[in-house]
Design a protein around this ligand. Structure first.
Ligand SMILES: Cc1ncc(C[n+]2csc(CCOP(=O)(O)OP(=O)(O)O)c2C)c(N)n1
Ligand SMILES: [Mg+2]
Length: 372
């Protein structure tokens, strides 16, 4: 179901150089930049169509739009291996697409259809894609943080104790609103004590629902002190400039992998839409939103590419229209995918509410499951 999206970068010309200002790490190629542009634009377009579908009541439940934050998931995932595990919160469509989930599987999931990545049972907040090492999509704030540590610990254990596998790093994404949860601190402490190679990435968009970061957390302009207090290597990165992000983050990931140590990143970003689809946004001004739109990450990457002569205006137009077609096809796919059979309510669940109704009725969860 979930395959890496094919790289359809137009006129990728690796013989042309990326300017040294953009490419401080000397690892960024023109093809990489074009692929990032394509992925970020795909996420932006996908989210635009998601909002429309939500307003038409084709998508139900909670739904959180990622527009504005695209560089965060695309840039950080680009710095990992395809089989490094990742886990994130509920604002997860971008991570799913950047990890290689098809727009079809992602949109069908939101439509509650059988061809969704979780057979339509998870919805917007619960994108899950095991083949692409994406372990959700989680709605409970910060609950994914210890899971990220656990995923990294499992891989470390496999390698160091069982002698299988290879050195991996896991990425645990969370919002700025999640850093005051106890689970977050427990995960940091555990990872530091046990040398677990997990990177806690705070996608710091400045708000937790309608509460500005300075109103909900102490020391809001020095989040890295959280990581440092546990002896964890911690950095701040501008999450609106993907080339800068990659230059900073790639060596950071490599180091965590090599030394088997955790990391902490305060990744500064901004969301353009409300917290969820039902947010009147009375807590911020239009001027503030517009000021961030002036620093838009897609526009910045495009201007870097144009400046280095790595894309033409015509090629950019073609890329945008290909992406529009791709997302339109995903909408049609989701629309036409069947709704699940009623019996599906009783599969893929841990407990069987009615005996013998589920194909998993023989699974007893041990000796005493009160529901069986
Ligand atoms: C444990 C818990 N408490 C409260 C909520 C309600 N809630 C949902 S999202 C949210 C804000 C989280 O903000 P942040 O972590 O900054 O993520 P963002 O929405 O900005 O991506 C809250 C408080 C929840 N889902 N889980
Ligand atoms: Mg936030």
């Amino acid at each position: 179901m979930s395959k890496r999206m094919p790289a359809t970068a137009p006129q990728s010309n690796d013989s042309k150089a990326v300017s040294s200002v953009t490419n401080k790490s000397n690892e960024i190629t023109p093809a990489m930049m074009l692929e990032w542009l394509r992925q970020m634009q795909l996420i932006r377009e996908f989210e635009n169509r998601t909002m429309q579908a939500y307003q038409q009541a084709k998508i139900g439940g909670f739904c959180h739009i990622y527009s504005g934050q695209e560089a965060c998931c695309v840039g950080t995932i680009a710095a990992t291996n395809d089989d490094d595990p990742i886990v994130t919160a509920y604002r997860d469509h971008g991570h799913a697409l950047a990890r290689g989930m098809t727009p079809e599987a992602c949109m069908a999931e939101m439509f509650g259809k059988v061809d969704g990545c979780a057979k339509g049972k998870g919805g917007s907040m619960h994108m899950f894609d095991k083949p692409n090492w994406l372990f959700g999509g989680h709605g409970i704030v910060s609950a994914q943080t210890p899971l990220g540590a656990g995923l990294a610990f499992a891989e470390k254990y496999k390698l160091e104790v069982m002698g299988e596998g290879k050195k991996k790093v896991s990425l645990a994404y969370l919002g700025d609103g999640a850093i005051d949860q106890g689970a977050f601190h427990e995960a940091l402490n555990f990872s530091a004590v046990h040398d677990v190679p997990v990177i806690f990435i705070i996608e710091n968009n400045g708000y937790s629902m309608g509460t500005a970061i300075s109103r909900h957390t102490a020391n809001a302009d020095n989040l890295i002190s959280r990581g440092q207090s546990y002896g964890i290597n911690s950095i701040e990165i501008d999450g609106l400039d993907i080339c800068h992000l990659y230059n900073e983050f790639k060596p950071f990931v490599d180091q965590c992998r090599e030394n088997s140590r955790p990391g902490f990143v305060d990744l500064k970003t901004y969301r353009y839409q409300g917290h969820s689809m039902s947010d009147p946004q009375k807590y911020r001004t239009k001027d503030e939103v517009d000021a961030f739109k002036d620093k838009d990450s897609i526009a910045k990457l495009l201007s870097d590419l144009l400046g280095d002569g790595l894309i033409t205006e015509a090629a950019w137009k073609d890329m945008q229209s290909e992406i529009k077609d791709q997302v339109r096809a995903a909408m049609d796919f989701a629309e036409n995918s069947p709704i699940p059979e009623a019996g599906e309510l009783y599969t893929d669940v841990y407990a069987n509410p009615e005996k013998n109704l589920s194909p998993t009725a023989t699974y007893t969860h041990g000796t005493k499951n009160p529901l069986m």
